[in-house]
Design a protein around this ligand. Structure first.
Ligand SMILES: NC(=O)c1ccc[n+]([C@@H]2O[C@H](COP(=O)([O-])OP(=O)(O)OC[C@H]3O[C@@H](n4cnc5c(N)ncnc54)[C@H](O)[C@@H]3O)[C@@H](O)[C@H]2O)c1
Ligand SMILES: O=C(O)C(=O)C[C@@H](O)[C@H](O)[C@H](O)COP(=O)(O)O
Ligand SMILES: [Zn+2]
Length: 371
């Protein structure tokens, strides 16, 4: 088993990575827990609900299962309330522990519920998508969407443990694998050029879910994210680099309607857009931007963005959480493996959009590249 630790001012917690962790969840259950609230969705429950529940019951604690509707479109306030309704109906107290079993949507919503239920109870992340294993389960960003923007209502709230069972990825649809790989290559682009090059070499094996390549990618991603979060839990500075590609990505997700593009797909495309902007505004060599586009394509994510109209693009990006005093601030790359947070001239942003938005009939349509 590989263990990575996240150290924040509020405490330290382990990320445990190994095949079969799902059957050993009792190891993360605190001795004084009263009820374990297993939050999941029908898709994941059908695949892993019974095993997870049995593993939790092995701790000797009662388990309350709460199933939320599946999908980004349900990552909202109403869905969050379903957790509170169930917990209050079952008289869950402050020593109840939420266990989030699912992808990033379940982890973000269940984590936010833990942050605010009776002003805060403990929670455990059991991520079952690649994206959730390499990114969303680590670092304590919890949130729901608002119709106007991604993750607009939320809290920084750390889990007490992250349990990563690499075996569960075998049931993941190919499109979800590609989406998860987008966040993997993000770490290479912003922090580790050698890891980026490794991803280029291993892209085919990663897409094919080859166990050794996948385990290495998950471990390195968790190490890099844990390193960033341990230095800047609340995104006062350094942590913002984890948002590389996301100013564009979140505009895509909100612009086309939550769920039409997967978050990881939007991140893949958003990184191509941020790389183009980096060439114009941060000195990224042309060849490095081309490598980013080629790798995003190789992992199976779209490289052309939808045509939302320039005004709408700017309007959506203006709403980004990194905007300060009305100025949109991007995460850009001066070179592969190094990221900075910086504003960019409107003209440069317009040019980057021109280069990356699918506008003409002859251009590959953004969605068509998903096939
Ligand atoms: N908190 C963070 O730091 C952070 C980081 C990155 C992304 N996110 C958020 O995560 C969300 C995206 O997460 P996601 O990509 O995991 O999507 P998701 O949670 O919607 O899961 C994708 C799909 O896979 C299904 N699924 C889950 N595990 C499965 C398995 N093992 N086998 C088969 N199907 C399975 C789910 O039911 C769902 O239909 C977005 O809302 C994004 O904003 C948060
Ligand atoms: O952990 C972080 O910090 C990230 O930015 C990781 C991102 O991949 C993730 O999508 C995050 O939810 C985006 O955060 P937001 O603050 O822009 O909503
Ligand atoms: Zn992301």
């Amino acid at each position: 088993m590989k263990e990575v630790r996240v150290d924040t001012p509020g405490g330290s917690y382990p990320i445990r990575i190994a095949p079969g962790r799902l059957d050993r969840l009792a190891e993360s259950v605190p001795a004084d827990a009263t009820t374990l609230v297993l939050v999941t969705n029908p898709t994941v429950a059908a695949l892993y609900g019974k095993r997870a529940e049995a593993a939790l019951r092995a701790s000797g604690k009662p388990v309350l299962r709460v199933e939320l509707p599946d999908g980004e479109a349900y990552k909202d306030w109403q869905t969050l309330n379903l957790i509170f309704d169930a917990m209050l109906a079952h008289h869950c107290d402050r020593r109840a522990v939420i266990v989030a079993l699912g992808g990033g949507v379940i982890g973000d919503v269940a984590g936010f519920a833990a942050a605010v239920y009776m002003r805060g109870i403990r929670f455990i992340q059991v991520p079952t998508t690649l994206l959730a294993q390499v990114d969303s389960s680590v670092g304590g960003k919890t949130a729901v969407n608002h119709p106007s923007g991604k993750n607009m209502i939320g809290a920084f709230y750390q889990p007490i443990a992250v349990e990563i069972d690499t075996d569960v990825l075998n049931t993941l649809p190919a499109r979800e694998v590609s989406a998860g790989l987008a966040e993997v290559i993000k770490y290479g682009a912003i922090l580790d050029a050698a890891f980026f090059a490794w991803c280029e070499a291993e892209a085919g094996r990663l897409r094919a879910l080859e166990a050794d390549a996948l385990a290495a990618a998950i471990a390195r991603s968790c190490e890099l994210k844990a390193w960033v979060v341990s230095q800047d839990e609340r995104e006062t500075g350094l942590r913002a680099i984890l948002n590389f590609g996301h100013t564009f990505a979140h505009a895509i997700e909100a612009g086309v309607g939550f769920g039409a593009w997967l978050h990881g797909e939007a991140v893949g495309c958003g990184m191509v857009q941020a790389a183009e902007l980096s060439v114009l505004a941060a000195g990224l060599p042309r060849g490095d931007a081309d490598r980013i586009r080629a790798l995003v394509s190789a992992i199976g994510c779209p490289t052309y963005a939808p045509d939302l109209g320039t005004e709408r693009w700017f309007d959506l990006m203006q709403g980004d959480k990194k905007t300060e005093g009305g100025q949109i601030r991007f995460i850009l790359l001066p070179e592969l493996g190094r990221a900075v947070r910086t504003p960019a001239a409107a003209e440069q942003v317009r040019r980057a959009l021109d280069l990356t938005v699918a506008r003409q009939a002859g251009e590959p349509s953004a969605i068509a590249t998903l096939a």
